[in-house]
Design a protein around this ligand. Structure first.
Ligand SMILES: [Zn+2]
Length: 278
């Protein structure tokens, strides 16, 4: 039957970023998933929000390439990135499929998905895809405590997961490490020598400069909270009286989290007495 209604919600359209690295954007969260095309292996970076998105990603990749996805990296545990993992696995070919994810992220996933990861990793993994490789690196805690960055050196493309967002503000949860987040981003940029394209978890690919700008903005938000704490501003007043690099709702969510983390690091009100009176 000739179908004119094939463009349903979960249709996947791949956009080539380079000859061997494609991306697609899935609604409703605008999450960016990647496809890295090696001679021997097909690597999917992130799996979408739902089983039907995972299935649609797998189907679109297999249709375009004539072979199934057999390697997967999930950049972190958030549902819009790992929700399709089970379906991606079920769509695997007879050769099977192997999944990489950070240990901390695996532990935070729904229990029924935890068994879907062959390679829970801590620091570094190297994936030979045939004629092309992918380096999977944990840049330290940032957006979450289990972020992974996927770098494809031959194509000068780096997938950053949600360490960076270009379609809106970066987001935080209870596993976010605000203190370390900017250096996690900058280590991912340094690993690529600042070259090529950086693919955020949400939004369009960007160059090193704008990625580092966002790292700087996260650092500024943390610094502003620190300064306020050191001068004795009560936590519920910190948001007032500053010019913040992100939207009001984002900062309202972040400030209490940053206060807790800085307090845990021993940041308190500075002793403001002049030296002569100590
Ligand atoms: Zn996320």
């Amino acid at each position: 039957m000739e179908s004119t209604s094939s463009h349903h919600r979960d249709d996947v359209v791949w956009t080539p970023l380079t000859a061997s690295v494609w991306t697609t954007r899935l609604d409703p969260y605008g999450v960016t998933c990647g496809l890295v095309i090696g001679v021997d292996h097909l690597l999917l970076v992130d799996t979408g929000s739902t089983p039907s998105q995972g299935a649609a990603l797998s189907m679109a990749a297999a249709r375009a390439m004539g072979r199934p996805v057999d390697r997967v990296v999930v950049t972190h545990h958030h549902g819009d990135h790992c929700g399709g993992l089970g379906a991606v696995r079920r769509a695997a070919g007879p050769e099977g499929i192997e999944v990489w994810m950070h240990r901390a992220a695996v532990a935070r996933m729904a229990p029924d998905l935890r068994g879907s990861v062959e390679h829970p990793m801590s620091m570094l993994a190297y994936l030979d895809l045939g004629g092309l490789s992918a380096e999977v690196v944990h840049p330290g805690a940032g957006h979450t405590d289990g972020d992974l960055v996927v770098r494809v050196p031959d194509e000068q493309v780096t997938f950053l997961g949600d360490l960076v967002e270009t379609s809106g503000d970066p987001q935080a949860d209870e596993s976010t490490d605000f203190w370390n987040w900017p250096s996690a981003i900058s280590s991912a940029v340094s690993a690529a020598n600042g070259e090529g394209l950086f693919v955020p978890g949400h939004g369009d690919p960007a160059e090193a400069l704008s990625v580092m700008t966002q790292a700087g903005e996260i650092g500024r938000a943390v610094d502003q909270v620190r300064t306020a704490m050191e001068s004795g501003v009560p936590a519920d007043r910190i948001q007032e009286g500053h010019d913040w690099p992100f939207r009001e709702e984002t900062i309202a969510d972040w400030v209490p989290r940053i206060v807790d983390q800085l307090a845990a690091r021993g940041i308190t009100r500075r002793n403001l007495l002049p030296l002569t009176k100590r």
